[in-house]
Design a protein. Structure first.
Ligand SMILES: Cc1cc2nc3c(=O)[nH]c(=O)nc-3n(C[C@H](O)[C@H](O)[C@H](O)COP(=O)(O)OP(=O)(O)OC[C@H]3O[C@@H](n4cnc5c(N)ncnc54)[C@H](O)[C@@H]3O)c2cc1C
Length: 398
């Protein structure tokens, strides 16, 4: 990959840098920060406004085609934006599942009408999206999903349950996978629907996580009617369309999260500078220094691996199974970073927000606990290793 910027790309970098300097909200303090990609509940409204402002400045959906409301640029420009966001420690956008997954999938498979209707409102954050894939008995083995969609005239009637559905409690739309053919082999009878979350018969029940936040939900469908025009990518073609979304998800997680990893690492270095360990400032302690240096190296490797993955996209291809490597790097790097944050704090690591002795109002405790989910969400670490083994390295199936 050639990292030399064209004059237009340099101009974009300067424009982003200046805009971020002038527009970065002053109330973006530790209270709202999180190193996860899914925003914390108290930050929703703030991040909705932030995404709107970024969109109006032309900085959301850089790679999306102009007719879908994007800027028609390449992943090179997206990388420049990511770099500047990391340098400025800028907040992420709220509509993360739409920008990272639903939008690119609609652009790839949607009808002209679908491409005009949905992506622009994703970018402006007028409509929030969630992902209805996982079910109580279908997570890693997604093709076993049992939510049914039965044809009734021009509609399909949906019955069943999804679980772990992030942001469903504030979502307007869902990317829904449902079984439309019970006779076909399990990968072949699935259809991808664009479901209006306000449809009668949809019930959302929040689930609390170890952090105390309720980021995700159970979603129940009781005779929910969805018009056939809401199918994305054709009847019984949901497995292929759904996998494309997952590839984009891993790409977004791997590539987009390098920004969050770098911001978290800068924060960790600040924490180490402010903390005494064995009688010296933690940054002077040899073992801590080595661990920080290793994390810095890993963060750089993560960044350049992301650059390698986008070479494929620059050639106009869809992201492939190698995006799983980026996802793994994020997970391992981020979990180690959070563990080091606990080690640096020593006994104070046990104190959450609310204690007068808690460090940074318990921010690191929250992000440490949240980071445990990184190796589950977006496909578990074991599944990513299987994908890399079988589909990248060509090893026999385990
Ligand atoms: C914070 C968070 C947010 C999420 N958000 C969403 C969302 O918005 N939408 C959505 O649809 N889902 C979401 N999920 C669900 C997530 O995708 C699933 O939890 C994940 O795919 C694992 O599925 P499972 O929980 O059913 O575990 P299982 O599939 O039952 O796995 C249990 C264990 O067995 C291992 N395992 C399973 N199969 C294999 C195999 N073939 N080889 C080796 N090991 C294996 C797994 O790695 C895991 O350790 C979210 C999860 C989390 C934690």
């Amino acid at each position: 990959m050639d990292f030399t910027l064209t004059s237009e790309q340099q101009a974009l970098r300067d424009r982003v840098r200046t805009w971020l300097k002038q527009n970065l909200p002053t109330d973006w303090g530790t209270r709202l920060r999180s190193t996860s990609d899914i925003p914390r509940p108290e930050a929703y409204e703030f991040m909705r406004q932030w995404q709107r402002r970024m969109y109006e400045a032309g900085f959301v959906g850089l790679t999306w085609p102009r007719e879908a409301g994007g800027q028609g640029l390449t992943f090179m420009e997206e990388m420049i934006l990511a770099e500047e966001m990391a340098l400025a420690k800028a907040p992420p956008v709220l509509n993360i599942l739409a920008i990272g997954m639903a939008g690119p999938t609609i652009v790839a498979y949607g009808t002209e009408e679908q491409k005009r209707r949905y992506p622009p409102k994703m970018l402006s954050c007028e409509e929030i999206w969630c992902q209805g894939y996982s079910e109580p008995n279908a997570g890693s083995d997604l093709a076993s999903l049992q939510t049914r969609a039965v044809k009734d005239g021009e509609h399909y009637v949906i019955n069943g349950q999804k679980v772990w559905t992030s942001l469903a409690h504030i979502a307007d739309w869902m990317m829904l996978l449902a079984r439309t053919d019970t006779e076909a082999p399990k990968h072949k009878g699935i259809t991808y629907f664009l479901l209006d979350m306000k449809s009668p018969g949809v019930t959302v029940k929040p689930l609390k996580q170890i952090t105390g936040d309720a980021e995700f939900n159970e979603v129940y469908f009781d005779n929910v009617r969805v018009h056939e025009a809401q199918i994305l990518g054709g009847l019984n073609n949901g497995w292929q369309v759904g996998l494309t979304t997952l590839m984009f998800e891993r790409l977004a997680l791997g590539f987009g999260l390098q920004v969050r990893l770098r911001i978290a690492l800068d924060g960790l270095v600040d924490l180490a500078r402010q903390t005494k360990k064995n009688g010296v400032v933690a940054t002077q302690e040899p073992v801590i220094r080595q661990k920080l240096a290793q994390l810095w190296i890993d963060t750089e490797v993560f960044k350049y691996t992301g650059a390698r993955a986008i070479t494929k996209l620059l050639k106009g291809e869809l992201p492939g199974p190698e995006a799983s490597a980026g996802k793994l790097m994020w997970v391992e790097g981020h979990q180690r970073l959070q563990e080091l944050a606990m080690e640096i704090q020593g006994p104070y690591a046990q104190l959450m927000k609310g204690s007068e002795w808690a460090v940074a109002e318990g921010l690191w405790q929250h992000t440490f606990l949240r980071s445990r989910a990184n190796s589950i969400e977006g496909g578990t670490t074991e599944i990513q290793r299987n994908i890399i083994g079988e589909r990248v390295l060509g090893l026999p199936k385990g």
